[in-house]
Every structure is written in structure tokens, then in C-alpha cells.
Design a protein around this ligand. Structure first.
Ligand code: BES
Ligand code: MN
Ligand code: MN
Length: 455
């Protein structure tokens, strides 16, 4: 039987790729104000592509930060409406010297697109624009579609919450679809049914009023760097359990049945270690690596600095020490409560020789996606048709804080239909996205619309 969708994608795949390369060349790094104009350029680009793909309307909404791109194609009020969310901003590309090719000069190598944002999320977001084009061109778009593509995801979606609250009518829809996660493998597709939440804090320890000679003063004066290490070390016990009082209070433990189901998900520990260059894994006792990265909370130093780090040896006892710490949260932990518990505990255990300042950064709530909805079923069938295999529901360890907010403000569930792989090196040097994944993604999203309409 002829498959119009597949034919269209095959005929136009070269153009799809060269268009995506155009977007990947724009360095839309939301965290760095030097790229502000480029971030806007990327927004304009997305808007233009949405219009070219067939949107009836597309515009930028300015926010106090980076703009939101909104577009829609309304066919009929009596049809269901799908809202597509994605982000056109990217993480900073550093460290640049570890890239095999420049991060904003996309190249195709071994069937993969290499560039910052290739997978997270420009490539995956573009899947949706091309799926939309495909159905428009084939005259087969079976429902209304709205697009909301933001430029501040990688900095915590600072202003999107307000935009959503202010534009509830504009964003009215029946379901949200998002491709900003990964799947198990190209042979075994999966749909993400859970995301971890996030609490992110910066800690500053101050000791003496200036850097001191470490010989003249060392021994009698509390060293903020030493003390910071001590404090961080005491946040976990010997079984790698987090010691903050109350931290686990709201964590739901999985039932033996749920754990058994999770154990069915293919996971090769040897492969995992090899890929990461590790001799051994390390984590809370009593849980599998898959559980540890998805259904258990975690606490990690993301950055730590103090004292002299230049060439040679400067003998100095630093006046201050800093750390950025992330805590990944699971249902039903609340990021604000966790930030409070963290702060109270750190202040309680810090010795009087230092003063502690804790500044919270962005956070977000964990997410669970129900698997018995009409929309989930439509997605399941779509993957089955494009990949030839039923997708497994899996939990993921990453965070997309805005998803919980969509649920709270719009009352909508989001389907997390990611096509990347965990090995795509998102946020790392040499980020990439498989051409196979890009094209399969387009195909799957087309089938999703067709199924969602007919179920
Ligand atoms: N796309 C990622 C989240 C993700 C990646 C979820 C892989 C599941 C699997 C997103 O762009 C991201 O990086 N989110 C941040 C949180 C944000 C507040 C900066 C994260 O998870 O660190
Ligand atoms: Mn992302
Ligand atoms: Mn990201």
C-alpha cells in the first residue's frame, strides 16, 4: 500500500536537513546575553518556517527575556486541537576545545548531525514543523495545531509561566505534544512517562575578610573551601542516601510490581559504563542504575570553585568558596520545600567560623504522564507504525519544568514523544542527532495526528 507520508518525507528529506542546518547555524544561547540578538534571530527563523510550512498565523511575543514563537493552523472548531511545545534556545557550547567541529557549523557525519542543539531541542522541535508541513502539503492535516516554541527553556523558562497564564484562551487545546526527551534505542522506541523535578541552589561560604597566607594563618582560621567540602560530603551517608532531614518524606516508593516492570526495560550496565569511561557506578544502595536516574532523587555538585586555580602553587587560604548544587526530584517532592529543607540543614550544620549564603535558582516539579489516555494510545500506535515495534513507557531523569505548569494552568497533559538517544551528548561537546531519528520523528508525528483524530 502506498504511504503518502513516507513518500513525502523521502522526497523532501535533503531540503528538510538543509533547512535545519540553517537554524543550527544561529547561536541561540539563552544563558549568555552576548547572544541576545542571535536568540531573537532564531525566533524569527522559527516563525518564518512555521509560516512557510502552512501556519495561518505566526508571530513573536516579546517577554522580559527572550521571545516566544506562537503559530496556529485552525481548521475547524469541531476538531481537536494539539499544542506543540518546544524550545529554540540552546545550552552554551563550552568547552569549545572538546568539539571535533565547531558547535554552530553543523556537519553530517556517519548519519548524524553534529551541532549544539542538533538534538536538544532544535532538531526535535523541527521534527514538528516538518510533520506539520507534510500533512499540510498532502492535504491531510486532521486537526487544529498550535505551536508555542520558547527561547528560555535552558535557563528555566523564566517568563513562559507568565505568558501561559496571560494567554490561556490562545493556548486552549486538548493535548500538548513535546519532543524534548530521548528514547531507549532505535530498535526499541519508548515514550517518556515521567520526568524528574529540580531544585537548584548556589551556596557561598565566607570566612576571613580577605585571602590569607596559608602558612601564617593556616591551622587557626576556618578555610571556607575545606568547610564547603565537608558540608557537601555530609549531605550523603555511606550508602549514598541524602541526609537532609525530611528530604524523602514525599517520595513515593515503587511497589514490587512497578520495580519488576522497570527491571524489564533493557539496560546493559557494561555498555553504560563503557560508554562513560567508568570502571564502576556509584549511587544509593539498593537500587538499579535505571531506578537511580529516574525514580530516585539525586543531589549533585554542578560547579565548585574557590582559592587559587591558576598555574603553579600560590599559598593562600581563600576567603570564600562557592558551589552550585542540583537536586533532581521525584513525585511528589516539592521543589520549594526541598530548597527550604536544604537551606535549613546547611545552615544548621555549618560551623560558626564561616557565614553561609544560599541563593535558589530555577526549579520545577516532577511529572507523571498517564498511559491510559486517548492521546497516549494514539502515540503508541504511531510509534508502532513507524518503528515496527510497540514503544515502552519509560521514566526519564531530566527535567522540563514547564510541563507541570501546563498541567496546573491549562489543565493539559503533555505527551513526551522524544526521538533522541541518551548517547546524543546533549549539553556536552559533540552533541548530535541521528538523521534516522529526525526522519522517523517526522513520520511518527504525522501518524500521531492521524490516529489522534480517528480514535
Ligand atoms: N531536553 C532537556 C530535558 C531532558 C533531556 C529530559 C533528556 C529528558 C531527557 C531540557 O532541555 C533540559 O536540559 N532541561 C534542564 C532543566 C532546565 C531547568 C535547565 C535539565 O534537565 O537540566
Ligand atoms: Mn530540551
Ligand atoms: Mn537542555
Amino acid at each position: 500500500m502506498r504511504n503518502d507520508v513516507k513518500d513525502y518525507i523521502r522526497t523532501h528529506q535533503e531540503r528538510f536537513l538543509s533547512e535545519l542546518f540553517g537554524l543550527l547555524r544561529i547561536p541561540s544561547v539563552s544563558a549568555d546575553s552576548r547572544y541576545k540578538a542571535d536568540v531573537r534571530k532564531a525566533a524569527e527563523w522559527v516563525k518564518d518556517q512555521l509560516l512557510a510550512a502552512g501556519a495561518g498565523e505566526a508571530r513573536l511575543y516579546d517577554t522580559p527575556g527572550h521571545p516566544v514563537v506562537y503559530a496556529e493552523k485552525i481548521i475547524s472548531d469541531s476538531l481537536p486541537t494539539v499544542l506543540v511545545y518546544g524550545h529554540y534556545d540552546v545550552q552554551p557550547p563550552d568547552p569549545l576545545e572538546l568539539w571535533d567541529s565547531p558547535p554552530f557549523e553543523p556537519v553530517l557525519k556517519n548519519g548524524k548531525i553534529y551541532a549544539r542543539g542538533a538534538c536538544d531541542d532544535k532538531g526535535q522541535m523541527y521534527v514538528h514543523i516538518k510533520a506539520f508541513e507534510t500533512l499540510m502539503q498532502l492535504n491531510q492535516l486532521p486537526c487544529n495545531v498550535k505551536f508555542m516554541i520558547e527561547g528560555e527553556e535552558e535557563v528555566g523558562s523564566q517568563h513562559l509561566g507568565e505568558f501561559v497564564r496571560q494567554n490561556k484562551a490562545l493556548l486552549k487545546a486538548d493535548v500538548i505534544i513535546i519532543s524534548d526527551t530521548s528514547m531507549l534505542s532505535n530498535e526499541q522506541p519508548s515514550i517518556t512517562v515521567g520526568l524528574r523535578g529540580l531544585s537548584y541552589v548556589e551556596v557561598e561560604l565566607t570566612g576571613p575578610n580577605r585571602d590569607l597566607h596559608s602558612g601564617v594563618y593556616g591551622g587557626a582560621v576556618g578555610n571556607p573551601a575545606n568547610i564547603l567540602c565537608e558540608l557537601i560530603a555530609s549531605l550523603k551517608d555511606k550508602d549514598r542516601k541524602i541526609t537532609i532531614p525530611g528530604f524523602y518524606d514525599d517520595v513515593i516508593e515503587l511497589t514490587p510490581e512497578e520495580r519488576k516492570q522497570m527491571a524489564q526495560i533493557p539496560f546493559d550496565e557494561e555498555d553504560y559504563k563503557k560508554h562513560l569511561g567508568l570502571n564502576a557506578l556509584d549511587g544509593e544502595k539498593g537500587f538499579t542504575p535505571y531506578e537511580l536516574t529516574t525514580v530516585r532523587p539525586s543531589l549533585d555538585v554542578n560547579g565548585i570553585w574557590s582559592g587559587y586555580t591558576g598555574e603553579g602553587a600560590k599559598t593562600v587560604l581563600p576567603a570564600r568558596a562557592f558551589a552550585k548544587i542540583s537536586m533532581r526530584l521525584v513525585p511528589y517532592q516539592d521543589p520549594e520545600k526541598i530548597t527550604r529543607l536544604f537551606s535549613e540543614y546547611l545552615l544548621a550544620i555549618a560551623p560558626p567560623s564561616v557565614t553561609v549564603r544560599i541563593s535558589p535558582h530555577h526549579g520545577g516539579k516532577p511529572v507523571l504522564v498517564p498511559t491510559h489516555s486517548r492521546a497516549y494510545h494514539a502515540a503508541e500506535l504511531a510509534y508502532e507504525k513507524s518503528f515496527g515495534k510497540k514503544p515502552l513507557p519509560v521514566r526519564s531523569g531530566g527535567s522540563i519544568p514547564i510541563v507541570a505548569l501546563f498541567e496546573e494552568t491549562l489543565g493539559l497533559t503533555s505527551l513526551l514523544l522524544g526521538f533522541g538517544l541518551d548517547t546524543d551528548a546533549i549539553h556536552s561537546p559533540n552533541e548530535h542527532f541521528g538523521v534516522f531519528n529526525f526522519l522517523k520523528g517526522i513520520e511518527t508525528i504525522c501518524y500521531f495526528y492521524q490516529n489522534y483524530r480517528h480514535l
